[in-house]
Design a protein around this ligand. Sequence first.
Ligand code: NAP
Length: 520
Amino acid sequence: MIRLESYLAGRWQSGDGAGATLADPTTGEALAAASSDGLDLAGALDFARAKGAALRAMTFAERGAMIEAIARALKAQRASYVDIAVANSGNTQTDAAIDIDGGIGTLLYFAKLGKTLGDARIMRDGAPQRLARDENFQGLHLLVPRRGVAVHINAFNFPSWGLWEKAGVALLAGMPVLAKPAVSTVWLAQKMVADVVAAGAVPDGALSILCGSPGDLLDHLGWQDVVSFTGSAATALKLRASPKVLAHSVPLNVEADSLNGMVLGPDIAAGSLEFETFVKDVARELTVKAGQRCTAVRRIFVPASVADALSDALAARLAGVTVGNPRSEGVRMGPVVSKAQQAAALAGIAELKRDAKLLCGGTAGTGLVDADAASGAFIAPTLFRAEAAAARVHELEVFAPVATLIPYDTEDALFALAAKGGGSLVLSALSGDIQFLQRLAIELAHAHGRLMAIDPSVAASQTGHGNVLPSCIHGGPGRAGGGEELGALRGLKFYQQRSAIQASAATLSGLCEAAAPLTL
Ligand code: NAP
């Protein structure tokens, strides 16, 4: 069995003891082990902090070139990543591509942004403003990199994209990164970091990875460090209450659970082309990565007049999805990532049954292709139907191919129901009525980090409900964690300190020349 080492303080190190076992969720076979027991995490953070100066000395263009070199190193090894994603995450080829190519694409986006920012090392927010009667006394807001470590704690579902969508932004801002991926799927992230280090793509200390449990990592945070977390709301609560985070006001970004919605507009008739498109889109969003995307659809809002027709069409389509070994021809959906996740999903399904009607699925999978239900971690594509009064469907995220269809009578009822999710990452709507889509955007933006309002003119060109784009923000209020990542240059702010410099026009003019404008 492979033993996965951590890369800390500029060297590969193995923790003590057996550590956690990484398994193949299709077969149950043990693949690798990782332990962080006994590793010097305080020393690892100190080392990265000390080496951060080299990153801050680089211009944005140089940091962009470094990020491009990371992407090149990863592209060269892509085939080996797909094999790991299939084995350790139960990914189909499409699932693996979303994670791996999504990560590389995001890096290339930020590499290009770096080039655009040019020779500056810092940024400015706005232009100098006069502060007093004397015109010569002015103020300018500078954005400079924080002088600590960007600690990135990630969820199991995107070992590649989760790593690089955070690291690309932090490195461009000028902060060294210590990544702590979820241990159950850390193999892919570890292999990627090993390839980047071997290619010499990053300076010493710019990129570290901790393979294993977080140990006492958070006990060594300092006031210039930041933490960006993706995972469950329960872990997020622990991080928010962590003594060093509280004592040092360590910035903490949280991406957590989300009850994302897809809306069929009131103008769409049963059997129409748009109706059929919606059925296809919902089925795809539900089954990609076996429903383990933070942006996967959990609530499907449809006009009451077409609810029966939609229930039938969607249940029939989901029942036709081929589930099984992702290595086998024709398999459209693999297992969830582990037996523990399967158990959590089945418990969630049992909970949803208490106030929603099961239309299809709900089991650990039957008719599996080249796979055994007992050893694999399968969940059949599962659709519920709930009435507007049901409460659990707006509170419980089942992180698997599980969603609930909810009929609505009026536009106002729809807006109230969608907001019941208590804050989500994304809501998408399909309608031919632009005024309806505009009202929906205004009424529901407060509850969503991202809204997709699709009318026929963008039906063919839209990028998909679940796809996170580096140019748009990713995050959401309330239950979704209250965080915000990506969004082009907006994402850099988390890794920078904004400081108001009050000085003479001549002093500020020199600073202005040295700083790239934060033009959004
Ligand atoms: P999790 O159990 O909260 O774990 C997330 C990460 O936190 C893992 O790396 C985990 O390490 C680490 N962790 C656990 N306890 C910790 C502690 N006390 N201190 C520091 N780190 C700690 O979540 P998960 O089960 O991996 O992820 C599933 C959840 O993530 C889902 O509910 C989903 O909604 C959410 N998610 C959200 C997004 C988003 O962008 N909003 C994206 C993906 C997933 P170990 O693996 O070593 O335990």
